[in-house]
Write a protein that binds this ligand. Structure first.
Ligand SMILES: [Zn+2]
Length: 251
């Protein structure tokens, strides 16, 4: 058992079972991300709107600057932030800090900077806590049985075929409810430390209730019910509010 992050103010130091290595997940993520970016480029929908790209990157930079509260090594990650013009109400961050924000979520929810920070903070937190690696590991144990999985991963990790796993566990399959709640809490702390009012995180879910669409965003997948989520976020927002006040003073 290992833990990928320090606790921060929200207590994110939960222990995790990891079979795949971080390097394997990151390599898989890099390949999958390059593919997504190449396809978007080909379709002419990559970073079309310079103003939106600048806005998203500026907010991302502020959030990334706060990541050492959860893990020191994150500042050295090869972070990438891109915007894809597509109606999808979604955003995600692959292992190792590879972010995509779709214009659909910004437009449909008319996101303020603070709300956008909450969305990105949530996605960044999935990557910080390495939820994809945890999910992939849990899946391997379920499929193979723990003895077989341990034997396989213990004997020869490099031969494990993990191509596509990072992508699959970032946006192919939903995160579990507990991962969503954890990402909500960590993300809210990140945004508060970055100088965004944490109560704006609560607001997104009120807006999300009003939007109906055919696509189910990652943020909504197996999510705790909006009612529970709003209640939990309110408690967290109150808890991290002093961090926001402190950050605001420094501005
Ligand atoms: Zn999520």
């Amino acid at each position: 058992m290992t833990t990928t992050t320090a606790g921060g103010d929200v207590g994110a130091d939960r222990k995790q079972m990891m079979l795949y290595s971080e390097a394997e997940m990151n390599q898989s993520a890099n390949e999958a991300y390059a593919e997504v970016i190449a396809e978007a480029k080909k379709a002419g929908v990559l970073n079309k709107d310079q103003a939106t790209l600048n806005r998203v990157r500026k907010i991302a930079d502020k959030l990334i600057a706060q990541t050492p509260v959860f893990r020191q090594d994150a500042l050295d990650w090869d972070w990438q932030v891109n915007v894809i013009t597509e109606d999808t109400i979604n955003a995600w961050c692959m292992p190792g800090g590879k972010i995509v924000v779709y214009t659909g979520i910004i437009d449909a929810l008319k996101l303020t900077d603070g709300e956008l920070a909450a969305v990105m903070g949530h996605e960044i937190s999935h990557a910080l806590k390495e939820h994809s690696r945890e999910r992939a590991s849990q899946e391997a144990v379920q499929t193979l049985g723990i003895a077989t999985a341990a034997a396989i991963f213990g004997l020869d990790q490099t031969k494990a075929n993990i191509l596509g796993i990072a992508a699959q566990f970032t946006f192919g399959l939903p995160f579990s409810r507990s991962h969503e709640t954890e990402a909500d809490r960590m993300g809210t702390e990140l945004m508060a430390r970055a100088g965004y009012d944490p109560y704006e995180a609560v607001n997104i879910w009120k807006k999300m209730d009003e939007v109906s669409g055919s696509s189910v965003p990652e943020l909504l997948s197996t999510h705790p019910s909006n009612k529970n989520r709003i209640a939990d976020l309110q408690v967290i927002a109150e808890k991290v509010y002093p961090l926001y006040q402190e950050a605001s003073k420094k501005k």
